[in-house]
Design a protein around this ligand. Structure first.
Ligand code: ADP
Length: 213
């Protein structure tokens, strides 16, 4: 089974992708995490992507598509949850085409819906871990020990693109552009809207009910 999570920054895509991994064994694939890894290790792709990332702009389709399709070819045998990809129609088309060639498909597209004010509030409290990009939040999902990831013990930090101006810019891109993908997947009959303003466990229940878990 392959799933796409669509949702604005702070809607909880990564957290729900982790829940799907625990419940259904689906491999989470977060485009932002992959980009941060490429940037941290200084690959040519990472170096090309960095200026866009640092501005809070979308990285060009060609780069992101290549990165994600490479990842899917290596990791998709038991199914994946895509988080942060696709964000444009060319990305969505490239994904459909690549999966079709592999004899696979997207089964469900979940839109985690939440109002902008709530998203802004959540993003201000977001910290992620150095080792694996696990997401914590000083308001909604506190680690047991401040500043340390419960899962792997690594240090938590605030992302360079989580400043108030860059957050506002990324939310604008989501609500002006990425949101158009809802029509794309609705036309394919795959879209389910989920109220992501609810507590994490309630959202997880709705996610699992949708995908059959
Ligand atoms: P957020 O959803 O909070 O913006 P991500 O970690 O998913 O955080 O993405 C961070 C940045 O990585 C984006 O602002 C953008 O620069 C780049 N990025 C991630 N996914 C994509 C994508 N599918 N297309 C283009 N750029 C992307």
């Amino acid at each position: 089974m392959n799933i796409i999570m669509i949702g604005a920054q702070g809607s909880g895509k990564g957290t729900q992708a982790e829940a799907l991994e625990r419940a259904k064994g689906l491999q989470p694939c977060a485009s932002g995490d992959l980009l941060r890894e490429h940037m941290a290790t200084g690959t040519p792709l990472g170096m090309e992507a960095r200026p866009y990332y640092e501005r809070g702009d979308l990285v060009p389709d060609g780069l992101v598509i290549q990165m994600i399709l490479d990842y899917i070819r290596e990791h998709s045998s038991h199914g994946i949850t895509l988080d942060g990809f696709p964000r444009t129609t060319p990305q969505a088309n490239a994904l459909d085409e690549a999966l079709r060639r592999m004899g696979q498909r997207i089964d469900h597209v979940l839109y985690l819906e939440a109002p902008r004010a709530l998203l802004l509030d959540r993003l201000g409290g977001r910290y992620i871990c150095r080792a694996h990009g696990h997401v914590w939040n000083i308001k909604t999902k506190k680690p047991q020990q401040p500043g340390i990831c419960d899962y792997d013990g690594s240090e938590l930090y605030q992302r360079s693109d989580d400043t108030p101006e860059k957050i506002a810019h990324r939310l604008d891109i989501f609500f002006n552009d990425t949101i158009k993908l809802l029509d794309f997947y609705s036309a394919q009959g795959k879209l389910t809207r989920i109220d992501a303003a609810q507590p994490i466990e309630v959202v997880t229940k709705a996610v699992l009910a949708t995908v059959g878990g």
